[in-house]
Design a protein around this ligand. Structure first.
Ligand code: SAH
Length: 331
């Protein structure tokens, strides 16, 4: 076997996920909240419409989504805003941040008239409300480990971890750097959030981040999912979805350092329940055949129950400055 040069873990993960999202059908391997229940996208549609009101109804407004997957969340949100918030619906221009050509084609089928970009920096200036569900967890991470008085950084070579001398970024809090075990750094997620905070501060708007994560350094959380089962993350680059837990403390600090303010994170279950998840599920279930009604209620529970997606998943808002709590963020 030829020896490949060691590749830094984040470079490996970026390459593997670009290949994965370009070629595979991710939704054969894993399911996300908008694919579980239409109510998820509808609640987010209601959230963005209310936030638009509190921003004094900018017209036009950029309604952006990062990593829209199949476009299901936005399609459900747009269906709701067309009905209950027509002024917002007409003012909003949908912009997608998506690198996979395959998923762009799927998104175009569900959300006609959207505009696509490779990154946040390509979006036009102006007030923006951005949503990102399970986007940051797909961005590449770095991992470090302390050995005596030196730091090692994880690399990948021939499908296995190899540790080479390397120094963690300076913005890692000292207390976290002093902990035993693996120090995991969501550097790309921090870069994205810094740019987002800066943009919101400059042009106004708000962002809603939903993802699974922890309040601080999660340790080694790299995982691969293939065919709905955990897989070996380093073995088959591009054939499995690689994700890591989002370090919400780190992305909150990144947004704040850019001059923005954050609300939350709060558990996804609390966020969705406060916004009427179960009332909506009951209303939709009413009068439907028993099987459909049970599926609607089961989907809502799966999103909200602490031991399912309601606890590990969190919601966090980023806003230009300290504001009264946005919907779902007040206790
Ligand atoms: N939000 C969707 C999909 C989550 S999967 C849902 O909830 O169902 C992650 C999404 O992010 C996919 O659409 C993937 O193509 C996109 N993505 C991953 N890395 C990206 C990157 N670096 N830049 C832009 N999009 C990316």
């Amino acid at each position: 076997m030829t020896e490949l040069a060691p590749e830094r873990l984040d470079h490996f993960m970026a390459r593997a996920n670009a290949a994965y999202y370009a070629r595979q059908d991710p939704f054969a391997d894993f399911t996300t909240a908008p694919e579980i229940s239409q109510i998820f996208g509808e609640i987010i549609g209601a959230w963005v419409a209310v936030v638009w009101e509190s921003l004094d109804r900018p017209d036009p407004v950029i309604l952006a989504e990062a990593g829209p997957g199949r476009g299901t969340l936005m399609a459900d949100a747009r269906r709701l805003t067309a009905r209950v918030a027509p002024a917002f619906h007409a003012a909003a221009i949908v912009h997608f941040i998506e690198t996979s050509p395959r998923l762009r084609a799927e998104q175009a089928r569900r959300v006609p008239g959207a505009v696509w970009h490779d990154g946040l920096d390509a979006l036009p200036d102006g007030p923006m409300i951005l949503v990102a569900n399970e986007f940051l967890d797909a961005l590449p991470i770095r991992q470090f480990r302390r050995e005596g008085d030196r730091w090692l950084e994880r690399h990948v070579q021939n499908g296995a971890v190899i540790e080479l001398p390397g120094v963690p970024p300076l913005n890692v809090p000292e207390a976290e750097a002093a902990m035993e075990g693996v120090l995991e750094v969501n550097e790309a997620a921090e870069v994205f959030t810094t740019a987002l905070g800066h943009r919101l501060k400059t042009h106004g708007g708000a962002a809603l981040i939903l993802d699974y994560g922890t309040p601080d350094n999660p340790g080694d959380s790299l995982q691969a999912i293939r065919a709905r089962r955990p897989a070996e993350p380093l073995a088959h680059a591009g054939e499995a979805d690689l994700t890591a837990l989002v370090d919400f403390g780190a992305i909150a600090r990144a947004a704040e350092a850019a001059g923005a303010a954050v609300q939350g994170p709060v558990p996804q279950g609390a966020f969705l329940s406060r916004l009427g998840l179960f009332q909506r599920a009951e209303r939709l279930a009413h009068g439907r055949p028993a099987e459909e009604a049970a599926a609607l209620m089961g989907g809502a529970r799966r999103l909200a129950e602490p031991l399912q997606m309601g606890g590990l998943f969190k919601a966090m808002a980023i806003v230009p400055s300290s504001l009264p709590p946005l919907p779902g963020f007040a206790a």
